[in-house]
Write a protein that binds this ligand. Structure first.
Ligand SMILES: NC(=O)c1ccc[n+]([C@@H]2O[C@H](COP(=O)([O-])OP(=O)(O)OC[C@H]3O[C@@H](n4cnc5c(N)ncnc54)[C@H](OP(=O)(O)O)[C@@H]3O)[C@@H](O)[C@H]2O)c1
Length: 257
């Protein structure tokens, strides 16, 4: 299997780094040739190119562009494509059909934050669609797991990931601020977070989302709900409504129980 890359970002470099001893590596295309050359030096394979070079991709092409650039990929990469390639992108939002059909496209979206090339994909669950055979092969080389997303549901799938990962991250940011406001020592903050979120996940896995909800709203501790609303709105006046919305959502979950 020969793998090429267009756009050397966090995900494409991490995936290539993980595959470097398992596949042949062709062209590594970046706007910044020095960055590509440095990466080629690090993995000891591949040919660094930029957009002024003349070459054609052959085999698998990882398109590592950010989501705002992916729709422009066909135009940006057209002159480097000749004959059959298998284009793969990593977006959770866009489906593979954003690429031309003759690129045999697929998408493999890792459900984990990828910050550096050293990221590990062992047991990471990928949402895949498009050319499933190619997608499965790559995920398997990365020792990941996969499930197939209906092509038309990519944006719903991605929004669900944003809610679970980014929005909960924002709530943890607010929680940490309350520790600061209260002068509560933070040496144990990470353990508290791990215990609360870890056990929530465990409970949800065992009993489902709706049956696992706990806390003052479920217990109908009205005095606590009211007094914590005041604290929330005093500390986060711009987000005061957020408290009411969460109470509302939890109350509606209770009704579904
Ligand atoms: N990071 C994550 O945690 C994560 C997790 C799951 C999925 N994803 C998905 O993975 C994909 C890549 O994300 P990423 O975090 O790796 O992004 P990134 O680190 O920002 O890299 C994106 C790359 O796109 C290229 N690019 C940006 N603007 C460009 C332009 N105007 N013209 C041509 N190329 C341009 C750049 O490559 P060059 O500088 O080499 O030209 C850049 O390094 C996205 O679809 C994202 O949704 C990301």
């Amino acid at each position: 299997m020969k793998v090429n890359v267009a756009g050397l970002g966090r995900v494409s470099s991490a995936i290539l780094y993980n595959l470097k001893d398992k596949v042949e590596i062709g062209y590594i295309l970046s706007r910044d040739k020095q960055k590509a050359q440095k990466f080629v030096g690090e993995i000891g394979k591949g040919i660094a190119v930029d957009y002024s070079d003349n070459f054609k991709f052959k085999g698998i092409l990882f398109v590592g562009f950010s989501d705002s650039i992916i729709p422009k990929a066909p135009k940006l990469l057209k002159r480097f494509v000749d004959g059959s390639i298998f284009a793969v992108h990593f977006s959770g939002f866009y489906s593979s059909s954003i690429f031309p059909p003759d690129w045999n496209p697929s998408s493999i979206h890792p459900n984990c934050p990828v910050a550096t090339k050293e990221a590990n994909f062992n047991d990471v669950v990928f949402g895949i669609e498009g050319n499933i055979e190619i997608a499965k092969e790559i995920v398997s080389l990365l020792n990941g797991k996969y499930f197939i997303i209906p092509e038309n549901s990519k944006s719903l799938y991605h929004l669900a990931a944003v809610l679970m990962s980014n929005f909960s991250h924002a709530l943890i940011f607010l929680a940490e601020r309350l520790y600061d406001v209260g002068g509560i020592e933070k040496n144990n903050f990470h353990y508290v977070m791990e215990s609360l979120i870890g056990n929530t996940i465990k409970n949800i896995k065992n009993n489902g989302v709706v049956n696992s909800i706990t806390g003052p709203v479920v217990r109908k501790d009205m005095d606590i709900i009211k007094s914590e609303r005041e604290i929330f709105c005093k500390n986060f006046p711009k987000y005061c409504q957020l408290y009411d919305i969460f109470v509302h959502i939890i109350s509606s979950m209770k009704e579904e129980k």
